[in-house]
Design a binder for this molecule. Structure first.
Ligand code: AMP
Length: 280
């Protein structure tokens, strides 16, 4: 297992693997890895002969006042996690390696990127689609792995791959949680002990939403109200959005008569956390 910083070296290893007839899986990440990332890597290891984990905090997917400059990092720990999960190498480029100073071409996902996180993070998905396109062009994997934790991202990448005829299979993996139900996230490290306790409210509220859906509730307004009411009981929480959208189209729906994504984004103190569930 090693860390590779250049596109050129990555390409040369991949082409050697290709000449040996080996299949390749890619797990794109921003590092500070946890068990959620590990579940993606382990699945990729099961399904491919070779696995590349990319670690790149992609500047173009962060808005001006977001946490790009303070995004957590621990390369030694990430290295050990990738090694123990069975990855073959980490692709860890500098920003300059990925973006020329006069870089000007972006991939725009359209309407699917306009709801939910697209509303509060207007440049985010354009940045995600652009970097994922670059990573797919550099690694040319057979399969690429994304977590349902970022369900809108998963839907957008699947759409982009379909629309642009990219020759890769996009695989979605379930959300991995802490024991108390909080979805694992690199950003959980920002939470103070009190905020960490408060953060459980996202999963609590969504569990109530799921109960309602499982009990036959089809009106989005009822589900949104119930979830929002529970989140509002937590003093440290401030709702960014609670919504019900079609999945994978990501359009707001009034009535659940298709597969739906119930998603929340909530500030706990200054930290913005997201969570969701998808109906059967
Ligand atoms: P990130 O490093 O946050 O960009 O995440 C990289 C990938 O890991 C994305 O596809 C995420 O959806 C996925 N991921 C992050 N947290 C989790 C989690 N708790 N469970 C499953 N997948 C996750």
């Amino acid at each position: 297992m090693k860390v590779i910083n250049t596109i050129e070296e990555t390409r040369s290893i991949i082409s050697r693997w290709r000449s040996e007839g080996l299949s390749v899986g890619l797990v794109p990440t921003m590092g500070f890895l946890h068990d959620g990332h590990k579940s993606l890597i382990s699945r990729a290891v099961k399904e491919n002969d070779r696995v590349v984990v990319s670690i790149f905090v992609n500047p173009i997917q962060f808005g001006k006042n977001e946490d790009l400059s303070v995004y957590p990092k621990d390369m030694e720990k990430d290295f050990e996690l990738c090694k123990s999960a069975g990855a073959d190498f980490i692709f860890n480029p500098e920003s300059e390696e990925m973006y020329y100073s006069d870089f000007s071409t972006f991939v725009d996902a359209g309407d699917v990127a306009k709801e939910l996180c697209g509303k509060s993070r207007p440049v985010h998905f354009r940045g995600v689609c652009t970097v994922v396109t670059k990573l797919l062009n550099i690694v040319k994997p057979d399969r690429v792995y994304f977590g349902q934790k970022d369900a809108q991202q998963l839907a957008i990448v699947k759409r982009m791959v379909r629309d642009l005829s990219v020759d890769v299979e996009v695989i979605g993996c379930p959300i991995i949680r802490e024991e108390d139900g909080l979805a694992k996230s690199s950003r959980n490290v920002y939470l103070s002990p009190d905020e960490r306790k408060a953060a459980v409210i996202l999963n609590k509220a969504l569990s109530r939403g799921k109960e309602l859906v499982d009990g036959g509730e089809k009106r989005s307004s009822k589900i949104i109200r119930a979830v929002s009411d529970i989140i509002s009981t937590e003093k440290l929480a401030r709702i960014d959005y609670v919504d019900v959208v079609s999945f994978p189209q990501i359009q707001h729906i009034e009535t659940i008569n298709c597969q739906a994504l119930v998603a929340v984004a909530v500030y706990i103190g200054k930290t913005r956390l997201i969570d969701n569930f998808i109906t059967e």
